[in-house]
Write a protein that binds this ligand. Structure first.
Ligand code: FE
Length: 202
């Protein structure tokens, strides 16, 4: 290692830093307030919220039905609500159909259930290629689907954000919700991954 530069911020991070500096210098916002928001989304909110939603949907068909019908309300019932009241939609993977989420315009992401978006989610190559060549993108993430599994790509917006409910792995009949949640990765809820199998986790 030993190869750290202090000037290798990605362009978006650099722009955010610059904007933050200007806002703070002009006295428009307090640095502490920004830090508190980032801290919240990095440490308190995160993919574990989404994992609990997915685990509950796997374990409780009634909840799964509610999640399919009205994801915003079902997710809010667990205490996870959006910052600006954006709506959530849950899309369920099956052997016939795999769902993949992107924001082609910018980086809209379901913060309330997944925390902060990963860097690649915000990158122009992911945003364009997820639409043009979703199967190729999935392969790069190590996801190989059956040839006849259709891939459906969902474009997030500020108003509507998506949570992918991955397929429940085999061999998980005896796991409780907590054990199930441990198998639900962040990427599996974006659609760039699959849920872990119990063996792979151990
Ligand atoms: Fe966006």
């Amino acid at each position: 290692m030993g190869h750290d530069h202090d000037n290798d911020l990605d362009p978006m991070t650099a722009r955010v830093r610059a904007l933050e500096t200007i806002l703070v210098e002009k006295g428009l916002v307090e640095a502490a307030a920004i830090d508190a928001i980032v801290e919240t989304y990095e440490h308190k909110v995160g993919p574990r919220n989404g994992a609990k939603v997915v685990a509950k949907a796997w374990a409780d068909p009634k909840f799964a039905g509610w999640l399919a019908e009205d994801a915003t309300a079902a997710i809010a019932s667990l205490g996870y609500t959006g910052r600006q009241g954006e709506h959530m939609r849950a899309v369920f993977n099956s052997p016939e159909q795999h769902h993949l989420v992107v924001c082609t315009l910018c980086s809209c992401y379901p913060w309330s259930v997944l925390g902060l978006p990963p860097v690649w989610y915000k990158s122009p190559p992911y945003r364009s290629r997820a639409v043009i060549d979703p199967r190729g993108v999935l392969a790069e993430f190590g996801v190989e689907l059956l040839a006849d599994t259709q891939i459906r790509v969902w474009d997030s917006t500020a108003e509507l954000r998506y949570l992918v409910v991955p397929m429940r792995p085999a061999g998980t009949e005896n796991l409780d919700e907590e054990g199930l949640a441990d198998l639900v990765t962040r990427d599996s809820m974006i659609g760039t991954g699959l849920a872990l199998s119990p063996g792979a986790k151990a």
